[in-house]
Unconditional design. Structure first.
Length: 276
């Protein structure tokens, strides 16, 4: 009983410590975003409560002067096309790899794995030249093309689910005269809903939080996304940490709400794909 109580105590202590590590920085940012410039300048303490916790002036300044509305529109545009293209390409690639027999099939799968292991920064010069040659530099299509074409993880997620679908369904459909695309559209893809939910959430959060690709390929102010717009606060608001913190909270809120609402799909998707 003593060992069991000690083990339970250690488990709860580790969970509390992990929660503090995650929540403490968010608490500091939230408290700072509600303080006035005078309070921040006085350095009253990172976790001290603001004098007026209902004053949202910092959020209004960050939203208006940071052009956050335009940034959210650009982010949503890139997000929809990137995630939709990733789902379509990833599911089709997984279907082709699992269901079709062709030469060098194992080599293709190995190359997918090799591409995932190569650091992306080592190919940025060649990638930039290709994007620029297609005339997509400083357009919203540049990050869309890069997000859609470099997601090997999504292919492997779909591949695990496709392998769990019985091939007898394909054979029955072929007896009814269905071709390969019809089988994919009417049988395979509808059965991939857990995998689609997992890829949409994981890929969506990755695209939403990405800073490097939008910053490199969309330098114009009119094409800013939420990550680059937040970075631009370093200029006129470089010393106003309350404004920067308010902008950070505005960026965090959408992903936090989506994750809390759909987190069970992430866990269910990964565990189902791993056990089937």
């Amino acid at each position: 009983m003593t060992r069991r109580a000690l083990a339970r105590t250690l488990v709860y202590a580790s969970l509390i410590a992990a929660s503090l590590v995650v929540l403490l920085p968010l608490g500091v940012v939230l408290m700072t975003s509600l303080k006035s410039a005078r309070e921040v300048a006085n350095d009253s303490g990172a976790l001290t409560f603001p004098d007026d916790p209902f004053d949202l002036h910092n959020y209004m300044t960050a939203f208006q002067d940071g052009r956050m509305l335009l940034s959210f529109v650009n982010t949503a545009f890139i997000l929809v096309f990137s995630v939709g293209g990733t789902v379509l390409i990833g599911s089709m690639a997984a279907y082709a790899i699992d269901r079709f027999a062709f030469r060098l099939k194992k080599l293709v799968v190995a190359l997918f794995l090799l591409a995932a292991l190569v650091p992306g920064v080592t190919t940025q010069v060649a990638t930039f030249q290709i994007v620029n040659s297609f005339g997509m530099f400083d357009t919203r299509w540049a990050p869309i093309a890069l997000y859609m074409g470099t997601d090997i993880v999504s292919i492997y997620i779909f591949l695990q689910f496709v392998r769990s679908i019985p091939t007898s369904l394909d054979e029955a459909a072929r007896l009814d005269g269905a071709n390969a695309f019809t089988i994919y559209r009417k049988i395979i893809f509808p059965l991939l809903k857990p995998a689609v939910a997992t890829v949409v959430i994981v890929k969506g959060i990755a695209v939403y939080n990405d800073f490097y690709i939008p910053f490199l390929y969309m330098p114009s102010d009119d094409l800013g996304v939420i990550s680059t717009s937040l970075f631009r606060f370093r200029g006129p608001f470089g010393a106003h940490w309350e404004i920067i913190s308010a902008g950070t909270i505005l960026v965090i809120l959408p992903t936090l709400i989506v994750f809390l609402a759909l987190q069970r799909y992430i866990y269910n998707g990964f565990t189902t794909g791993a056990t089937r």
